[in-house]
Design a protein around this ligand. Structure first.
Ligand code: SF4
Ligand code: SF4
Length: 446
């Protein structure tokens, strides 16, 4: 076996072998963790990415042997708990990913550990609640309930109770719910003639996502208005369930598969009918593009959907290359501090959002490519909140540097966290948070 440093070939990713009973063997899991942790201990290049790696290296350095064999297996879970499955170590750092013979996939090993833990112990009420984004959204946006929920989420006394009883960090700003969900309020598309490009289908199906539907429907409306301005007919996915990313984070693979079985048949039918599928939340796009094909590699429909899935800015840039996008921008945006979230970075489509924002005359973009620390539900949990703010601190500082007119991230939740970090460090002077799709809608003068 070769032990050369790094990879000379493009990385490949193996499917997750989660239907194999061995996948759930704790003994086999610990053996693989010891092997991988030993390689990481010798490498250490991911030390600054998240708290998983510093936790591991501290455990090794404080052990009697100062090697991985000196770390108690029970402490391995401490490393697992700190991983929020951003995929950045695999996609951007690790030289030992397949086809390297060391075959190292740190995020998938953490996912396996989470799945083993979930099967052994289930998940606490707090985690089940936070990851039931669809159910929670439906309940919270009922008229009257919505005002009460939003009020409670901002009351310090109520938040102190939620922190103590539920484990939801009182310091974490929670996104308000919107009483006018996107799916209920979006208008029908004009039946523009379909103009397929060489690189882009000429009609779009929108997967709304729980977050856009219940929390920030305005971003969905902005996407629709941009499409309408460019005369791209659109439709909304009819019976949408959560994409499954929050349940993946829990290691609840059975529920991920159940959600897949609701979404994929209708999405695949639309993809086969020539629709591009767009979602405005990078984690949901990533779920369909990269995670589900590795979890259900035998499902041909999953592959069809992955191939039809576009990040909205990837779609706009390709549409421009097809000569089918309007660039009649009417309003300069000034100084924009733009953050690329981890789940956009690992889609490997390049900095498409930055590219589009830079088309707008009178716009200067300060781009920040680093984890903002929120990471799904990690950043709102009491036990991880302080670590999450620490992870985000360099981003808060870099985003504030140009004294921006707008603070923007493709991930609306990361955008909120960045604003909180800037506010708390006193570095936000007048910058307003807007999603990049909102900025493009504004630039078009819509
Ligand atoms: S997937 Fe992300 S959070 Fe998990 S270990 Fe890798 S860099 Fe850290
Ligand atoms: S995941 Fe790869 S790059 Fe990161 S510490 Fe481990 S071996 Fe090194």
């Amino acid at each position: 076996m070769t032990t050369r440093e790094g990879n000379l070939q493009a990385p490949t990713r193996h499917a997750l072998d989660w239907r194999n009973p061995e996948f759930y063997s704790e003994e086999a899991l610990f053996k693989e963790m010891e092997r991988v942790f030993d390689i990481c201990h010798g490498c250490r290049r991911c030390v600054s990415l998240c708290h998983s790696f510093p936790t591991l290296f501290d455990l090794v350095d404080e052990s009697k042997t100062m090697e991985v064999d000196g770390v108690a297996k029970a402490d391995y879970w401490k490393v697992v708990d700190q991983c929020y499955l951003c995929d950045v170590c695999y996609m951007t750092k690790c030289p030992y990913v397949p086809p390297h013979p060391w075959n190292l996939d740190f995020p998938h090993l953490m996912l396996r550990a989470k799945a083993v833990h979930f099967r052994q112990k289930g998940a606490p009420f707090r985690d089940r609640l936070l990851t039931s984004t669809d159910r929670l959204g439906k309940l919270a946006t009922i008229p009257v309930v919505v005002q009460a929920v939003n009020k409670v989420n901002t009351m310090s006394s109520a938040r102190a109770v939620m922190d103590k009883v539920l484990g939801v960090a009182k310091g974490a700003r929670l996104p308000p719910y919107d009483g006018a969900p996107f799916r209920k309020t979006v208008g029908a598309s004009i039946a523009w003639p379909v103009r397929d490009g060489e690189r882009t289908p000429g009609k779009v199906a929108i997967f709304s996502t729980c977050y856009i539907n219940y929390n920030e429907p305005g971003i969905g409306h902005d996407l629709v208005r941009i499409l309408a301005h460019n005369e791209v007919p659109y439709r909304i996915i009819e019976k949408e369930a959560c994409c499954g990313m929050p349940k993946l984070e829990l290691g609840d693979l059975e529920t991920v598969e159940k959600l897949k079985n609701v979404n994929i048949p209708q999405l695949a039918a639309l993809a086969r009918d020539g629709y591009a599928i767009l979602t405005a939340v990078p984690s949901c796009t990533l779920m369909f593009k990269q995670e589900l094909p590795l979890i259900c590699p035998e499902d041909a429909d999953v592959k069809v959907v992955a191939d039809a899935m576009f990040d909205p800015f990837e779609y706009l840039v390709l549409r421009d290359k097809d000569g089918l996008l309007k660039k009649d921008f009417k309003r300069p945006l000034g100084k924009v501090s733009y953050h690329i979230p981890c789940h956009s970075r690992v889609q490997n489509v390049g900095q498409k959002t930055r590219e589009v924002l830079e088309w707008v005359p009178g716009t200067a973009v300060n781009t920040v490519e680093r984890c903002a620390g929120h990471d799904g539900t990690y950043g709102v949990k009491t036990e991880f909140f302080a670590a999450s703010m620490k992870i985000g601190r360099p981003v808060f500082g870099q985003m504030a540097q140009s004294e921006p007119d707008f603070v923007s991230s493709d991930c609306p939740i990361a955008g909120r966290r960045i604003l909180q970090g800037m506010d708390e460090s006193g570095t936000r002077h007048h910058g307003k948070k807007e999603h990049p799709l909102t900025l493009v809608r504004m630039a078009y003068g819509l």
